[in-house]
Design a protein around this ligand. Structure first.
Ligand code: NDP
Length: 518
């Protein structure tokens, strides 16, 4: 049995390896203990109701906005991303709070439902959304504040207590979120269990609902464990998002959008553009402009804010994976028109445009999660759709065309959870839309209006009599022939949809089936 531990692990800068902090490495027993404490606090949190909880969330929003610069410092230090990107996460969390706090009462309101027929006509019926007591959130390292926040905030608003297990690579922003929660004086329904895979496993073993964001491989392990316990789970997993650039695209926008969609956060995003299919007639011109743009990006260590466009990757392991995909592609005949190698400083990798790529290469088949843009020439939209769908992943896609109606019709042929026309990432900022992957990119969805909160709740059905009640119902004990027949005929009369089956039943009612002769 695991006992309490005082173990810690180091958090280091991916840029220069300097030590940023030492944080607790939660042992399984400590994870269980944290959940026990959260369970004690959760009923009072649930009892506050959506309005009361929204008040606390709005205080957290104000804290996030007041601390935005400091939070950007922390998440930039642990992830190595450029300032222009680091500074977006806190205000994005604040906006997420606004949406769900403003709609929590509506989304979680009891729902009066009508009767389904005569058998329930004497009842008043209501559907109640009751939270899972403790939600476990497991998050990755690519958006150290936003990734945890996107799940923690709706789960808290739904009335659950939350135990968050951030990635061991970037735990400091999650700890900041917990600090904010404490500093506003909110009830103790949010805790952070820092640690590595064993802490995540231990969390799955004790919570009532698992919200996991991370790789498809780990998601599968998490799902197996959750199924063993019969607890529900929702998985946001990896992707290999295609971009389809049609011959009629606004080329300037398509080039700029594909470059940003592929290289934002050094390509370390689930919805990053990871393969580009370009119609033959514009392929060469698209590639040439894309290469010029990517070549001109400022890349490297950010000594002063906004001095670079792309920066370090979050881990050396991720940088090495990217380089493996690139070198395997080059060895199989692809060409890097720009980039194609590490910078040699920390975890940096040069933004890379690859051409002469085919569909068997790892840079097309596997998630790269890095700053690469493999481009494939296609004859027409049909070929682009066929190749885009030729993937085990199905997170999202982009289509670049001036013909918006055609773009929409092509979108409906793609096997992915979201399609953005002439834009990248757009669906992520639309909280009224679902964000969820198809195929091996996920199970369940993150947002999508009311579902974003209701996914953390169980539906409870409550019936109440509408009229004064009898001493006992005809179907109750003790059974007698007369009352059993009455019940039987009532059920038949209710179920039948024509007179012959309703009335003759009543006429035949005098006959007991067992007494039938001949
Ligand atoms: P991982 O799957 O490696 O890790 C995700 C989280 O799970 C981390 O906190 C990790 O801890 C934890 N973990 C690792 N092993 C286990 C386990 N056996 N049981 C429970 N938890 C475990 O993903 P990365 O952190 O490497 O993130 C990158 C991946 O996340 C990419 O595939 C990307 O596509 C995906 N992703 C998907 C998103 C989406 O919305 N669809 C959004 C963002 C990322 P630790 O790090 O400490 O080992």
């Amino acid at each position: 049995m695991d006992g309490p531990t005082t173990s810690t692990f180091e958090v280091r800068s991916p840029v220069d390896g300097r030590l940023l902090a030492e944080v607790a490495d939660f042992a399984p027993a400590q994870v269980a203990e944290a959940v026990t404490t959260l369970r004690t606090a959760q009923p009072a949190w649930e009892a506050l109701g959506p309005k009361g909880r929204a008040r606390w969330m709005r205080r957290l929003r104000d804290w996030l906005l007041d601390e935005a610069e400091h939070l950007a410092d922390v998440l930039q230090a642990e992830s190595g991303k450029p300032r222009a990107e680091a500074q977006l996460e806190a205000p994005w969390m604040a906006e997420l709070i606004n949406y769900f706090a403003d709609h929590a009462r509506e989304f979680l309101a009891d729902e009066r439902v009508g009767s389904s027929g005569l058998l329930s006509a004497t009842k008043r019926m209501v559907k109640v959304h009751r939270p899972y007591p403790v939600v476990g959130v497991i998050s990755p390292w690519n958006y150290p504040l936003a990734m945890p926040g996107m799940d923690v905030i709706p789960a808290l608003l739904a009335g659950s207590a939350v135990l968050l297990k951030p990635s061991e690579v970037t735990p400091l922003s999650a700890l900041e979120l917990a600090r904010g929660w404490r500093e506003i004086g909110a009830p103790p329904v949010l805790a952070v269990a820092t640690g590595s895979a064993p802490a995540g496993q231990a969390l799955v073993d004790v919570v009532d609902f698992v919200q996991f964001t991370g790789s498809t491989g780990t998601g599968r392990l998490v799902a197996h464990r959750a199924v063993d316990r019969l607890v529900p789970y929702s998985l946001e997993l990896g992707g290999k998002d295609p971009a389809i650039v049609l011959a009629d695209a606004d080329l300037d926008r398509a080039v700029a959008g594909v470059a940003w969609g592929a290289l934002f956060n050094s390509g370390q995003a689930c919805v990053s553009i990871e393969r580009v299919y370009v119609e033959d007639s514009i392929h060469d011109s698209f590639v040439s402009r894309l290469t010029t743009l990517v070549d001109g990006l400022r890349h490297g260590e950010e000594k002063t804010p906004y001095a670079v466009d792309t920066a370090a990757m979050a881990t050396m392991a991720q940088r090495n994976l990217v380089h493996r995909h690139v070198t395997e592609a080059l060895a199989s005949g692809a060409r890097a028109l720009t980039g194609g190698r590490p910078t040699g400083v920390g975890t940096g990798y040069r933004p890379t445009v690859l051409v002469d790529v085919d569909h068997s290469m790892t840079c097309i088949r596997e998630e790269t999660f890095g700053p690469t843009i493999p481009v494939i020439r296609v004859a027409d939209a049909d070929e682009a759709v066929r190749l885009a769908n030729d993937s085990s992943y199905g997170l999202s896609a982009t289509i670049w065309t001036r013909d918006l109606a055609r773009g929409q019709s092509i979108a409906r042929r793609l096997d992915v959870g979201a399609v953005n026309i002439n834009d990248a990432y757009a669906n992520l900022f639309a909280l009224t839309l679902p964000h969820g992957g198809w195929k091996t990119s996920g199970s369940g969805a993150r947002f999508g209006g009311a579902h974003g909160l209701r996914k953390y709740t169980r539906q409870q059905a409550i019936t109440t009599p509408r009229f004064p009640t009898l001493e006992r119902e005809p179907a109750w004990f003790p059974y007698s022939r007369r009352r059993a027949q009455l019940t039987r005929h009532l059920f038949h009369a209710v179920a039948a949809r024509d007179l012959r089956r309703r009335i003759p039943r009543i006429v035949r009612s005098r006959r007991w089936p067992g007494a039938r002769s001949g």
